[in-house]
Design a binder for this molecule. Structure first.
Ligand code: F6P
Length: 564
């Protein structure tokens, strides 16, 4: 069934203008009251909030007390979510309703992590059986790879896997592989995405073709960057093995992950070595599908199963928990509160874990390709501001880069701090012997959110005897909100839990805004224009009119300088 505003079954709220709801109006009226309060005052009048504005889901311990929300604010936000039908929309997603209206597709990444004994039939397909059949095939293949049974063209075992993909076919596996460094006991993995040849050239430079396997990961198998890099990899392999045109060499060194068997076959990859998924898995929601094949190769099928279990824990929480205690709902609504009522459009994501160095990059696609929309689900333009900007870097590196602006800048940027009780690596601190390097890292984690929230006043600074003309420069205004997310350890399950926590926040925000987070039409025009311009920048004849003098002039300059 497709969810159409004209369907008899469609809920009444599908076309609702969220800004006209009672809760929205009430939140707008309430905002100046909260705006006028400093977090110091908020904690003074509600001292229990640090012990109560918490939610535990799976291994995640989430504190949202350092936000500029009162308990009344939260109630209004939950009313808003109810008024726009977030619960019905959530249920529709889990049930396989075609909530991706512009592409008439179900949105079922949650089915990728259902246990084998679950039941879900959508559009006549036994989804759970299909998912587990692919997982089994992935398991058999990665077992052979990891044990050395799968050999390359010259009979040697595979030591290195290169995943060639971009966007959702790269960011997820790359981020998770790095995050699970400590669990990786299979072949080394590398990730090539950019059509800039520097990417593949630098990656292949250290590799031996006899022991390298390529995973060509592309949902559509039409993506320019991926197909170009795949062809370059094939040429490199043939050259290195002195086997140009040899189909057996390709069969032994290339596998594919895709929904498009025809194109995979056209490239020369045996579809027996293709791992499939379905149009109801969006690219940016696909790391837990066969797109995660490189991760499974690295950590094994058991580790991958733990990763999927992590997602499922948060899925079940999101699906069943009342809004008031539902972590993705709470965090999404707080993000929306700032986005729409405070004119604050960005959120910093700050993992205190070097192994999570690609997490912010991963979230950028997940959140911004999903909710960067300016028309409503049914094509109407009367929508409010959407699409929080997500960005960040691991702590403590970020502290020495952009935290100055977080602490004393004129913009308020809410932050998500992510940290772990037990380290993946640790070393003693030799300078004063107090604690370990991990404790040092985590003392910074706790200090930063504390200082952001509570700051330091001019009086406190002056009392320390600071030169009066410097006092103003040293004032730490505080009143800057953050979420603190803690987990015992960065494990396969925990990284799955964290991803699902953000996936569902994206869903809730999109549901309140009344947009479709599951299409991405905005990336298409650039692709077609690049194809047209390729001819213009490489042909000797003068560039044809491009319709604007700026592009024409830039192209003319480039052609003069490109030197061929
Ligand atoms: O251009 C955007 C996009 O379509 C993303 O949504 C997707 O993750 C990426 O390109 C890669 O697409 P594919 O997996 O089909 O190669």
């Amino acid at each position: 069934m497709s969810l159409d505003s004209h369907d008899a079954d469609a809920p009444a709220h599908v076309d609702l203008d969220v800004t006209s709801t009672q809760s929205w109006q009430a939140l707008a009226a309430h905002q100046p009251h909260v705006y006028a309060m400093h977090l110091r005052e908020v904690f003074a009048v509600d001292p229990a909030r640090g012990r109560e504005l918490l939610v535990d889901v799976g291994d995640l311990h989430i504190d949202y007390s350092k936000h500029r929300v009162l308990r009344e604010t939260l109630e209004l936000l939950f009313s808003l979510a109810r008024e726009v039908g977030v619960e019905d929309k959530r249920d529709a997603m889990f049930a396989g309703v075609h909530i991706n209206t512009s592409e008439d597709r179900a949105v079922l990444h949650t089915a990728l992590r259902l246990p084998a004994d679950a039941e879900l039939v959508v559009d006549g397909q036994d989804v759970v059986a299909a998912v587990h059949a692919v997982l089994r095939a992935m398991g058999q293949f990665t077992d052979r790879l990891r044990s050395g049974e799968w050999t390359g063209f010259t009979g040697k075992a595979i030591t290195d896997v290169v995943n060639i993909g971009i966007g959702g076919s790269d960011l997820g596996p790359d981020m998770v592989y790095r995050a699970l460094r400590h669990y990786a006991d299979g072949p080394r993995c590398h990730f090539v995405s950019n059509v800039d040849p520097a990417d593949i050239v630098a990656t292949l430079a250290g590799l031996d073709a006899e022991t390298t396997l390529f995973i060509i990961a592309s949902k559509t198998f039409t993506t320019l960057e991926t197909l170009t890099n795949a062809a370059a990899a094939r040429t490199w392999l043939w050259d290195e093995l002195d086997a140009t045109g040899n189909a057996d060499a390709v069969a032994k060194h290339f596998v594919a992950v895709s929904t498009n068997a025809e194109k995979v076959s056209e490239f020369g990859i045996d579809t027996a070595n293709m791992f499939g998924f379905w149009d109801w898995v969006g690219g940016r929601y696909s790391v837990d599908s066969a797109i995660g094949l490189s991760v499974m190769a690295a950590v094994g099928k058991e580790g991958f199963a733990e990763f999927l279990d992590g997602f499922h824990i948060v899925d079940e929480h999101f699906r069943t928990e009342p809004l008031e205690t539902n972590a993705p709902v709470i965090l999404a609504l707080i993000g929306l509160w700032y986005n729409n009522f405070w004119d604050v459009g960005s959120r910093a994501v700050l993992p205190y874990s070097n192994d999570m160095m690609r997490f912010a990059a991963y979230l950028q696609q997940l959140t911004m390709e999903s909710n960067g929309k300016s028309v409503g689900m049914y094509g109407h333009h009367e929508i409010t501001d959407t699409g929080e900007v997500f960005w960040g870097e691991p702590g403590t590196n970020g502290q020495h880069a952009f935290y100055q602006l977080l602490h004393q800048g004129t913009r308020m940027i809410p932050s998500d701090f992510i940290g772990f009780a037990r380290p993946t690596d640790d070393l003693p601190v030799t300078a004063d012997g107090q604690g370990s390097m991990h404790d040092l890292l985590m003392s910074n984690y706790f200090a930063q959110s504390k200082v952001l929230a509570f700051g330091k006043t001019a009086d406190e600074i002056a009392a320390e005897g600071v030169d009066p003309h410097v006092v103003a420069h040293k004032v730490m205004p505080g009143n800057r909100p953050s979420t603190s997310i803690l987990a015992p350890k960065l494990t396969p399950s925990v990284i799955g839990q964290l991803i699902a926590l953000y996936e569902h926040q994206v869903f809730v925000a999109g549901a309140v805004w009344g947009i479709n987070p599951f299409d991405q039409w905005g990336v298409e025009l650039g692709k077609t224009q690049a194809k047209e311009l390729l001819g213009v920048i490489t042909e000797e004849s003068a560039p044809g009119p491009q319709g604007d003098s700026s592009t024409d002039e830039l192209v003319r300059w480039y052609r003069g300088e490109r030197g061929r």
